[in-house]
Design a protein. Structure first.
Lengths: 65, 235
């Protein structure tokens, strides 16, 4: 239980470390959530988005805006 | 009268009994030596005549098996997770509202206009469309620059020197919207050799400053830049 104890005392014991931990976790979670949802969206709409059909209409011009 | 007398006698008796009763009450908080150890199946009351309803049930089945540290860690972990998800949701909500208010992609695509200055000869006006509004570009001659600089600034309605209105004196770039009611002035017209608004007769000089008529301000200057010698980017 020394691992649990050290986690508790480093992350949760002090209010400000708890707050920092929560914000960092929220940031990381948001990134993960957004990328997961984007992947789900892309896989649901595969073949229908511009980035999927772009090479049918644009030849070579990858550097175009 | 009789019931009252018995009642008062009862009161007196209960007052006399009160002291040991209080002691007994307080001793319940401290576990007595002959009481069973915590976590045992039953708890014997120190009082006499206790009914079954007064027995404290055994909660040891529901007690956590983990140690204090791991329980604390778990609780704070759940609280922190909740807080993290809530913070991410709140941030996302605020961000979506702010993104909603900013310019959309089709507006941003129109936001910048590039002009090749080689195609504009000296002494000519060019009108281009920028963000849905006309923009006047005039390639001024040296005579016109001198004329714009000669004007006494303090006599103007909206005092502005010609240097404040141009980045390069030969190129005058301004929004072609009359500051009075938003008509588009006509170039190379009016009493001052600049622009003339046909709607209500405002005269602008060769620097786009209001000289005569109802308009209150000079013609507006948009953001622009010369990235190369013969290229102009508006926006």
């Amino acid at each position: 239980m020394s691992l649990a104890n050290s986690i508790y005392s480093t992350l949760f014991r002090k209010n400000y470390t708890m707050l920092a931990t929560v914000f960092a976790a929220g940031f990381a979670w948001e990134i993960g959530f957004n990328s997961t949802m984007d992947k789900i969206w892309d896989s649901n709409n595969r073949g229908r988005q511009w980035k999927d059909i772009r090479n049918k209409y644009v030849e070579g011009g990858e550097d175009e805006e | 009268m009789a019931p009252l007398a018995t009642a008062s006698r009862l009161c007196v008796r209960s007052a006399a009994v009160a002291k040991p009763a209080v002691r007994a009450l307080s001793s319940t908080a401290v576990r007595q030596a002959d009481a069973p150890a915590p976590g045992a199946a039953s708890y014997t009351s120190p009082f006499k005549g206790e009914s079954k309803a007064n027995k404290i049930p055994d909660f040891s089945k529901y007690m956590s098996k983990g140690s204090e540290t791991s329980n604390k860690l778990f609780s704070y972990f759940m609280v922190g997770t909740m807080g993290a998800i809530t913070a991410a949701g709140a941030k996302s909500t605020v961000q979506e509202f702010l993104v909603n208010m900013s310019a959309s992609a089709d507006v941003l695509a129109m936001a910048k206009v590039e002009v090749d200055l080689n195609t504009i000869p000296e002494g000519k006006n060019v009108i281009i469309k920028w963000r849905g509004k006309p923009v006047f570009i005039r390639h001024r001659t040296q005579d016109e620059i001198d004329q714009a600089n000669k004007v006494n600034i303090t006599s103007l309605r909206d005092p502005q020197s010609d240097e404040d209105r141009v980045k390069r004196p030969e190129w005058l770039v301004m929004l072609g919207v009359c500051t009075h009611l938003g008509c588009v002035p006509i170039g190379e017209a009016g009493d001052y050799g600049g622009w003339f608004c046909p709607c209500h007769g405002s005269h602008y000089d060769i620097s786009g400053r209001i000289r005569k008529g109802p308009a209150p301000l000079n013609l507006e200057i948009p953001e622009y830049d010369f990235p190369e010698d013969d290229k102009l980017i508006i926006g």
